[in-house]
Design a protein around this ligand. Sequence first.
Ligand code: WTA
Length: 640
Amino acid sequence: MSSYIASDFHHYRQLYKQSIEDPETFWGDFASSEFTWHKPWDSVLDADLDKPDISWFSGATLNITENCIDRHLNDKGDQTAILFEPNSIEEQAQHISYRQLATEVNKTANMLLSLGVKKGDRVCIYMPMVPELAYAVLACARIGAVHSVVFAGFSSKSLADRINDASCNVVLTADGGFRGTKVTQLKSIVDDALTQCTSVNNVVVLQRTNSKVTMQEDRDVWWHEAIDGQSDVCPAEEMDAEDMLFILYTSGSTGKPKGMVHTCAGYMVYANFTFRNVFQYKPGDVYWCTADIGWITGHSYILYGPLSAGATTVMFEGIPSYPDTNRFWQVVEKHQVNIFYTAPTAIRSLALCDISLVNQSDLSSLKTLGTVGEPINLEAWDWYNLHIGKEQCPIVDTWWQTETGGIMISPLSGITKTIPTFATLPLPGIQPCLMNEDGNEVLEMEGEGRLCIRHAWPGMARTIYGDHQRFKDTYYTTFPGKYFTGDGAKRDKEGNYRITGRVDDVVIVSGHNLGTAEIENAINQHQSVVESAVVGYPHDIKGNAICAFVTLSPDAVVDQDDFRSELLDLVASMVGPISKPERIQICTGLPKTRSGKIMRRILRKIAAGETANFGDISTLLNPESVNEILQVAGQQSPTR
Ligand code: WTA
């Protein structure tokens, strides 16, 4: 076992201390002892958090795929790297060994090269959760192309925005994707998107569902034809430590999604370090993260973290409720999963099902449980602990973000004492702090504030693609010299952190970060809408749900039911079905400050069912709007 992977709490404390006192020696020693490099670095860290300008391991060269694949071939060539569990229980699972992974990634990389993809080019990947998605991601990394994976639940408009933002040359997709009983028509969504894009020369289409698709001559190629005859040898491109590895979009508080940029060396080092420390992965363990590779959790903890550690990582194509709501537990038993990592929203919905369904499966292989994506409520934590972990498995409540690249605050399995609903302690190398609204740091141990991080860490995002000023404004300006997370947190006497949720205009619905501005933009497209305000409110299963308050133009004549479904369609097509509001409330005016700013704070309370305690509303431009909204709110039911 590496001396950088904590073996007990005392060791964790030691590592933490070392990492804070001398971060460069700490990360430098870890990086040189645990990875394959072509050239060593000139300096471990150069960071200026004001600019911000961050570089780790500069001067070094490497390729992340050599660390995720090639270096395991000698002793783990036959070990399963990716264990693919298909959507349908009729279809066989696939055990893809490290050796097979090498072959497939190299062939896919050669396919990309044959299409003219070069180092630095951006490749958009819009695919279902099938092994070829993993090959595609790693193939990009192999040849130094920058992957931009777009979650296959996004609409054509969102896909087009992301393709255009990064000027992608190639799109990798499939004819369709299986999700439970449904088939998503991915290729036709791509076709739709591409009517708004000019940068794309080629679309490669994987056959998965045998859906009928239209292939555009000179642009579209079938995956199986393009890969046919490609060599299974593809030398890895030698990458600079700070070359871009990938772009991944996340919602922001303005309408435009932010393309977070992660670079090769620091991201790799941090994904590996956190995977091994948090989950305490041991050789032979079967590890399953239920996320989609379209999100950062899939990037770091289905692919790069586990594969760089030589682990066996499960990749699941389907959904938790198909063919039945015990699918997760059946898969745990079937593949003897030891480490299981999922989202609170999944736990909450599965906890509603008959417990006898859970108990039909033998879950005794489980050693560690994890959660990610949003705060986990006590009931869900207790249920997970009791019914899945049988009170024998530590629960690692991992707090982190697309921007942080890897887990930042979390118990280490079996090492840190867990506390329900607390993400507990920072990982070695991470220096969280809490800030007051007036910009001062909360110095007492016990306190509450806005969560910031004080010092650079290897996995941090380097910029927003094409918009460094926005990167600075969003993350490094509110509290100068510190990274501002956008989350609120509490800290107890022992220094344990509990994340309380977003303090900005991002709402987390079923674990998906939704930017309220993006949804408002979609609603405002409707010809009868003058203005809208979108807020989140607590929801038993989803964590939060979306409520949209809309005002109509005076001459608008609308049938309420038609109007609502038109709005839902608009949101689904412009942003994606996951962003559809649960409730839509039509009102004659939105509460505004005298400077014309919509008071979302009040709307949030109304949406949450509060009927009083809105603070002083007399200073509003239109205080009467609050009563009017309250009256209507009392009479309405959800839209779906
Ligand atoms: C939230 C997901 C509480 C948080 C890895 C963060 C959490 C946002 C937790 C990032 C947790 C994530 N407890 N809240 N354990 N994990 N969050 O970018 O609000 O999709 O800012 O990255 O999810 O979401 P993202």
